[in-house]
Write a protein that binds this ligand. Structure first.
Ligand SMILES: *Cc1c(COP(=O)(O)O)cnc(C)c1O
Length: 385
């Protein structure tokens, strides 16, 4: 077996989700906060575009880096919405942003190359870096500072082997959103040390309280020349099962990643890519409706959660997660999550998976009834601990 992959555990959030689903199938009542996906159907305009493409006979391979039409639409979107000027040739469309990130690490890293990952982090970053032969270096943050990584902490983690830093804003699992000022200070450190910035912007549309998402690559040509912008359709357009994501980067990296994709997966599903074009051009009002619903649920859940004795929580400004601190109950996050599921029928993801063992992740991409009932159960459960 492959010596690196053999040592890597499978994705914890996916396994909790399936454990919860199995309990439901067995007739148990489970309130799940574990899922990492929106609970809405894909907007009709997107489904119709894919169905039409299928009907039209768009059933053959596209270019390995993705359909030209979609890459053009992505280039226009990145310039219009994010202030990022990329040509369609600088964009590779893959089977989800997860796949895009994987291709980026594979194309970028040589054995021993270090990648800085601020904690708490999305659980696949360190594992992908390892699979690509690199070394994930976790940069610690402070909960009292909303878990935001500081330029000083980043600088202190840099060695001769450091080649990149991952920035995820709005973030999974915390829901924090970096301001332009904060991002700019991080970009300065990256430039000074000649690092790549891998910017995962998959939650860019999910921002609340009039907070603005800023794309780090938009600061200057120098920053853009060191930035890999990763994005996708899963979260903003509720298209998780379509498997469609992309990245945009300087040409040398795109060339290598393009070769990798041409010999591995080829281009993503052809008619899904036509759905992707419709998402970028015709689904803004659907997105606005979903974001409004998330915003409402966020307030609802935050109020109830932070009212529980012993629970503290950073108030998220983006994405659809909260990362409540449960350290005061004296159990680690894995024990907490498995007992909570078994004893109270509430599914959450242990923070240990994200490098935050004193916390659990709860998604509010679910109904308000689920939030009401689930948080009540959680409160009753911790009262007995
Ligand atoms: C969901 C997610 C992704 C990838 O989603 P895809 O479905 O593969 O497009 C990437 N990064 C973060 C932080 C995510 O939460």
């Amino acid at each position: 077996m492959n010596k690196i992959i053999e040592t890597i555990p499978p994705s914890v959030s996916l396994s909790i989700t399936s454990k919860a689903k199995a309990l439901v199938a067995a007739g148990e009542s489970v309130c799940s906060f574990a899922a990492g996906e929106p609970d809405f159907d894909t907007p009709a305009v997107i489904k119709a575009a894919a169905a039409e493409a299928l009907e039209r006979g768009e059933t053959k391979y596209t270019p390995a880096s993705g359909a030209v039409k979609l890459r053009e639409a992505i280039a226009e979107k990145l310039e219009r919405e994010n202030g990022l000027v990329y040509t369609p040739q600088q964009i590779i469309v893959s089977n989800g942003a997860k796949h895009s990130l994987f291709n980026v690490f594979m194309a970028m890293l040589n054995p021993g190359d270090e990648v800085l990952i601020p904690a708490p982090y999305w659980l696949s970053y360190p594992e992908m870096v390892k699979i690509a032969g690199g070394v994930p270096v976790v940069v610690e943050t402070e909960e009292a500072r909303d878990f935001k990584v500081t330029p000083e902490a980043v600088e202190a983690s840099i060695t001769d082997q450091t080649v990149a830093i991952v920035i995820n804003t709005p973030s999974n699992p915390i829901g924090i959103v970096y301001s332009g000022e904060e991002l700019s200070a991080l970009a300065d450190v990256a430039l000074k040390h000649n690092l790549w910035i891998i910017s995962d912007e998959i939650y860019e549309k999910m921002v609340y309280d009039n907070v603005e998402h800023v794309s780090v690559g938009s600061f200057s040509d120098d920053v853009l020349a060191r930035t890999v912008t990763v994005n996708g359709f899963s979260k903003a357009y509720s298209m998780t099962g379509w498997r469609l994501g992309y990245f945009a980067a300087p040409m040398p990296l795109v060339k290598v990643a393009g070769t990798l994709q041409s010999h591995s997966t080829s281009g993503p599903n052809t008619f899904a890519q036509f759905g992707g074009v419709a998402a970028l051009t015709s689904a803004a009002s659907d997105v606005a409706e979903m974001v409004a619903a998330f915003s409402d649920r966020r307030e609802f859940m935050y109020e109830r959660l932070s009212a529980i004795d012993g629970v503290t929580c950073v108030n998220p400004q983006g994405a659809f997660y909260m990362l409540p601190n449960i350290a005061s109950f004296g159990v680690d996050s894995v024990t907490f999550a498995s007992r909570l599921l078994e004893e109270a029928g509430v599914a959450v993801v242990p923070g240990a998976a994200f490098g935050a063992d004193g916390n659990v992740r709860m998604s509010y991409a679910c109904s308000k009834e689920n939030i009401e009932e689930g948080v009540s159960r959680l409160a009753a459960f911790v009262a007995k601990l």
